[in-house]
Design a protein around this ligand. Structure first.
Ligand SMILES: NC(=[NH2+])NCCC[C@H](N)C(=O)O
Ligand SMILES: [Mn+2]
Length: 299
């Protein structure tokens, strides 16, 4: 396959600094080499330009911290991803999870004049379904999914023009941290979320079967993988760790089964924070996850 790597070195959406170095840490963990070893043709397109917080006044507008520079980066990302050829697999590297507003929208619009439906598999400890009103922090990385479905601030929810993600086309896996008002919004939208309780009870295999069944009507499928979905013992380099996460093998099994389905058309790796990491362990684990999604097998 043809794989296009694109970095979005942005930490403006997170409460702690450091995930702007995520793309660099992932490249250092031999991302491209690992994928080439699997037989893929890999093109690294470099990084999207993102403003540095040191050059900005910390600006909060209507409950949204750093709205303007985040909007700029997401708009550039939409443009860059949407123009990629239909036969390439975009692998986008965050950055905090607010980058997903750009990557998901860009992939949904990419070579899609007929308006085919896009499915989103959100692998995360958090549902990231806050709006500026429900958010306890004002940090935009807690809000991308809400904006993708049209809630919240009109500038962020309008990144795809009239395009919006349908709540029925979203499945979340690994969830164990949801804010109080965020929970009500999720329920109202009817988004399918497999919490860690369901992961424990049902196992990853059944969850993947149900997920693919639920998303059987979509032709394009994006996986947005937040490193904090995995347990902090596996991925310590994250800004908002939550105990009780996916094991190393659960993460790989999830990627292996999705890979076998042959239906995933793009992926993000986000929230890798080298400042908080141990010898780049988190980036190395996440490179392994991408490799499993792109065909790596034990035997
Ligand atoms: N992508 C993330 N790490 N999101 C964490 C969000 C934390 C919290 N729910 C908030 O909205 O502030
Ligand atoms: Mn997230």
């Amino acid at each position: 396959m043809n794989v296009s790597i694109l970095g979005i070195p942005m930490d403006l959406g997170a409460g702690r600094r450091g995930v702007d170095m995520g793309p660099s840490a992932l490249r250092n963990a031999h991302l491209a080499t690992r994928l080439r070893e699997l037989g893929h043709e890999v093109h690294d397109l470099g990084d999207i330009g993102v403003a540095l917080p040191e050059t900005l006044d910390k600006h909060e507008e209507a409950g949204l911290v750093f709205l303007e520079p985040i909007l700029d980066a997401c708009r550039s990302t939409v443009g860059r991803v949407a123009e990629l050829p239909a036969d390439t697999f975009p692998l986008t590297l965050g950055g905090d999870h607010s980058v997903a507003m750009g990557t998901v929208t860009g992939n949904a619009l990419r070579g899609n004049p007929a308006g085919e439906r896009t499915g989103l598999i959100w692998v995360d400890a958090h549902t990231d379904y806050n709006t500026p009103r429900s958010s306890p922090s004002g940090n935009i990385h807690g809000m991308p999914v809400a904006h993708l479905t049209g809630l919240g601030d009109a500038r962020l929810s309008g990144l795809g023009g009239p395009w919006q993600l349908r709540p029925e086309d979203i499945v979340m896996i690994g969830i164990r941290s949801v804010d109080r008002h965020e929970r009500d919004l999720l329920r109202e939208a009817g988004i399918q979320a497999y919490t860690m309780k369901e992961v424990d009870q049902m196992g990853i295999t059944r969850i993947v079967e149900e997920t693919l069944e639920r998303l059987s009507g979509v032709t394009r499928l994006h996986v947005s993988f937040d490193a904090d979905a995995l347990d902090p013992s596996v991925c310590p380099g994250v800004g908002t760790p939550v105990p009780g996460g996916l094991t190393y093998r659960e993460g790989h099994l999830l990627m292996e089964l999705l890979s076998e389905s042959g239906r995933v058309t793009s992926m993000d790796i986000v929230e890798v924070n080298p400042v908080l990491d141990l010898h780049n362990q988190t980036a190395e684990v996440m490179v392994g996850m991408a490799a499993s999604l792109l065909g790596q097998r034990i035997l």
